[in-house]
Design a protein around this ligand. Structure first.
Ligand code: ZN
Length: 342
């Protein structure tokens, strides 16, 4: 474990082709029942090994036990009917057929706690576990019960807090909430989004993170990015509120991005997971490129608060590409570490 510039990933990594169809979101499982449980745990160990070989310091499960970062969590809750589907516009960007909230939402039993315990048993390295953020969950559903995005978000925060406390007890060191919706609904983020997120982390003693990005490298996202102009200033509307929040770490997109890097200054004092790997291209970064991106970020983040990371999850990428990108991340952070200590 490197104490200076500890590397990590935003979350998901590709699944093996024997477990699910590669390079696809919401890819159906190829196994079922006990075979699926065993298969996802085998995949988790492989994913952990890929991270270890690349020299990643803070490791994750690579999200091998879930089909999708939002849907899989919601599937485990009551109050949501997956048979009853409505078409809604997700993140103001693309239409999708989504499940319906038909009654009070609640968590009958833990969702990822057994998987986290399994990961904990596989490694002594610090582990990070990702959960969907409340606003992003709301944005992935049709709500026929609460009829209020904010009200539903508060309910989800209570549920996420229950899950997070049990993940912490299972030995998770960092709990991360994925909130791509924060990059779209600025007024809501400032009105209630950050407050709801703070409810989700209430009482936790482990570290907490929020991941806000421009999404996976899928077409709906790359088309949307085309419309954002030369400079992407979305973070400007939400970073001040996040800086003042109880969240410990902010995970953001940086490499190959049109985000003006000086916006990171708005988070001064927070730990920052700086995305130094572009997940929207199969081109592998060189360690030098990674080091340069991190170096630029160092102007706005204190070195002891910078966590080299990926821009977003790598689930949709070919496995060999993701592995090479992990290696570039590890090597690039190593280069900069060497420069800083000499
Ligand atoms: Zn992301």
């Amino acid at each position: 474990m490197n104490n200076l510039l500890p590397t990590t990933t935003a979350g998901s990594l590709p699944k093996p082709s024997w477990l699910a169809q590669p390079e696809k979101l919401w890819s159906p499982w190829k196994l079922s029942g006990d075979e699926l449980t065993e298969g996802t745990h085998d995949a988790l160990r492989l994913s952990l090994d890929d991270q270890r070989q690349a020299g990643i310091d803070i490791v994750s499960d690579g999200e091998q036990t879930r089909q999708h970062f939002v849907t899989t969590f919601i599937e485990h809750l009551s109050g949501v009917d997956f048979e009853k589907r409505e078409t809604v516009r997700i993140r103001d960007r693309y239409d999708a057929s989504v499940p319906t909230v038909v009654g009070a939402v609640s968590r009958e039993k833990p969702v990822f706690v057994d998987d986290a315990r399994f990961l904990r048993g596989q490694t002594d390295q610090p582990i990070k576990w990702a959960l969907p953020g409340p606003m992003t969950m709301v944005d992935t559903l049709y709500d026929a019960h609460y009829k209020s995005r904010e009200k539903l978000a508060w309910e989800f925060a209570t549920i996420l807090n229950q899950e997070a406390r049990e993940l912490q007890a299972a030995g998770v060191d960092i709990i991360q909430f994925d909130e791509p919706a924060f990059n779209v609904f600025f007024d809501e983020v400032n009105d209630w989004g950050v407050a709801v997120l703070e409810k989700a982390i209430e009482g936790l003693t482990c570290e907490t993170a929020v991941h806000v990005c421009y999404g996976y490298g899928i077409k709906a996202n790359t088309d949307w990015k085309e419309t954002l102009g030369a400079e992407w200033r979305e973070y400007e509307g939400i970073f001040p509120k996040l800086q003042a929040s109880d969240i410990d770490i902010v995970s953001l997109e940086c490499h190959n991005s049109h985000v003006p890097i000086d916006l990171i200054e708005l988070l001064r004092g927070k730990k920052v997971m700086v995305g130094a790997i572009d997940v929207a291209t199969a081109t592998i970064e060189t360690p030098e490129e990674v080091a340069r991106t991190l170096q630029r970020a160092l102007e706005f983040v204190d070195a002891d608060k910078l966590y080299p990371s990926t821009n977003c999850g790598m689930a949709p990428l070919p496995r060999s590409v993701a592995r090479a990108k992990l290696a570039a991340l590890g090597a690039g952070a190593g280069l900069l570490r060497g420069e800083l200590s000499s």
